[in-house]
Design a protein around this ligand. Structure first.
Ligand SMILES: [Zn+2]
Length: 483
């Protein structure tokens, strides 16, 4: 048996009693994953499909190399090896055609862009490329805000903004495009005003719609570079697939709590998102930033990295992040880099690809995963209205708040017991005695997953609050601070 270390990303640590690293003795990668799941059963559904195989939605690295490049689960381990799970987180154009725009710079442009004009790598030629450049941001939120601000300041001639959200007060902690006066406005409209106020010399196009399989190709086609600042898997896959089909670079960024990722997917010269993650993780297993929180400055850092990559691609300078995944940890203030490989049998970008168009992304990300694991559609739910009635009745159910401890500070439903998901298994004894249980979280996703675990462990009298506290705010108590 070889003694190896299993390193866990922060989203999974809570399921392993908070451990960042777990020592394991095993001979192969698959045996190590199985042993880890034995020791921390809550990790099992994250890592392994029901048949015990490694999930295709999990990227596993052995000493900074993707195990799929070696022998996958059968890869032999040696003493001192480090295995690491790289989580899927809910985050180049060649030089522009011809250098036809030879229009000289106006005097105010010479002043405005003088620090670029002084750089030999940019200069007047580069500044014209930026002026002719077209960059679209999918998502005008935490990542899109700093990216859009810097691209506009740099003089990128055409900036597209795709977002259908309205500015919410909870956005202002990190979405620096917006001010308090913008709360309630459509994001791309507020963003356009802000960018134009900073640089009237650029053009901002807004697409205040949800990006869908029906409109993605037409929406993204006019642009040279796509920046993905979205916050959900259906959009991640949609942007990737559209970029592969259109032959455009997808500048990827994502954030979670204190950690971020960035890379450039460009199937013409490197891997695509599907090469890294052929299938999305089951939807109930991935907390969003709304559930997990995010350090406000973190999307600023990652979004600025995305803007940097977009500018390099427009300028045709430097080494793009193609085939390299940059990992950032704000608490350690550490950057690391992993090599990404092209999947020679990728469904989308390989010579043997079977996918030739866009697909139904909601079904792809919300349905069955590649291993055929069924999702908890069998978990009984209770609506907020029904719960309020039951709590006021003669025989109220036991209410359990399964969110993480920091979220309890925002407020608890009356009478709720606080048990975070990671502690449910060890506090099972408290739960089996209740005649009826209702679990809740912020959106209903984590409580549904927790209810499924409990049902698998033999607790049958359990239900999950549909839509979580958001449902409660909508149906029962509008004063509840939904987040
Ligand atoms: Zn691919």
């Amino acid at each position: 048996m070889s003694r190896v270390t299993f390193r866990l990303p922060s989203p999974l640590r809570a399921l392993a009693g908070g451990a960042a690293e777990v020592p394991i003795e095993a001979d192969t990668v698959a045996a190590a994953a199985a042993r880890l799941a034995e020791r921390h059963p809550a990790l099992r559904p994250r890592l392994l499909a029901p048949d015990g195989q490694l999930r295709s939605s999990v990227a596993l690295y052995l000493n900074d190399r993707d195990v799929r490049e070696a022998d996958g689960g059968a890869t032999r381990l040696e003493d001192g090896d480090v295995l690491e799970v790289i989580p899927a987180l809910a985050g180049g154009s060649e030089r522009p055609d011809g250098e036809t725009d030879e229009r000289s710079f106006r005097r105010e442009e010479l002043v405005r862009y003088s620090r670029h004009l002084l750089l030999p790598e940019v200069g007047a030629v580069g500044q014209r490329r930026l002026r002719a450049g077209k960059v679209v941001l999918v998502g005008a939120g935490g990542l899109g805000s700093p990216a859009a601000l810097y691209l506009a300041a740099a003089g990128v001639g055409e900036i597209g903004l795709v977002d259908f959200d309205r500015v919410d007060a909870s956005n202002l902690q990190r979405q620096v495009l917006y001010t308090e006066a913008d709360v309630g406005r459509i994001k791309p409209e507020a963003a356009r005003d802000r960018l134009r106020a900073m640089n009237p010399g650029i053009h901002v196009s807004i697409h205040p719609d949800r990006l869908t399989a029906e409109n993605a190709l037409e929406t993204l086609r006019p642009y040279d570079v796509v920046i993905d600042g979205s916050d959900n898997f259906p959009t991640r896959y949609l942007v990737n697939d559209a970029c592969v089909l259109l032959g455009k670079p997808d500048v990827f960024g994502s954030v979670y709590r204190f950690e971020g990722q960035a890379t450039v997917f460009d199937a013409r010269r490197g891997p695509c998102y599907r090469c890294l993650y052929p299938a999305p993780p089951p939807p109930d297993l991935v907390p969003s930033c709304a559930e997990a929180g995010v350090l406000g400055v973190l999307p600023g850092l990652i979004g600025v990295i995305q803007a940097t990559e977009a500018m390099k691609l427009l300028l045709g300078i430097g080494e793009p992040l193609v085939g390299r995944l940059l990992l950032f940890d704000a608490q350690a203030m550490a950057f690391r880099e992993l090599r990404l490989r092209r999947n020679p049998t990728c469904d989308l970008c390989s010579p043997t690809a079977t996918q030739t168009g866009l697909i139904d992304y909601a079904a792809f990300c919300g349905g069955e995963d590649a291993a055929g694991d069924s999702l908890p559609d069998d978990v009984p739910e209770i609506s907020a209205t029904e719960l309020a009635a039951a709590l006021g009745g003669p025989d109220p159910p036991r209410l359990v708040d399964v969110r993480d401890p920091p979220e309890w500070e925002i407020g608890l439903l009356p009478g709720a017991t606080r048990i975070p998901r990671a502690a449910l298994v060890e506090r099972l004894g408290e739960l089996t005695s209740a005649p009826r249980l209702v679990l809740y979280c912020s959106s209903g996703a984590r409580s549904a997953q927790a209810a499924r675990w409990l049902r698998e462990l033999g607790v049958t009298n359990v239900r999950s609050l549909r839509d979580g506290l958001r449902g409660w705010a909508r149906e029962v108590d509008p004063s509840w601070p939904s987040y």
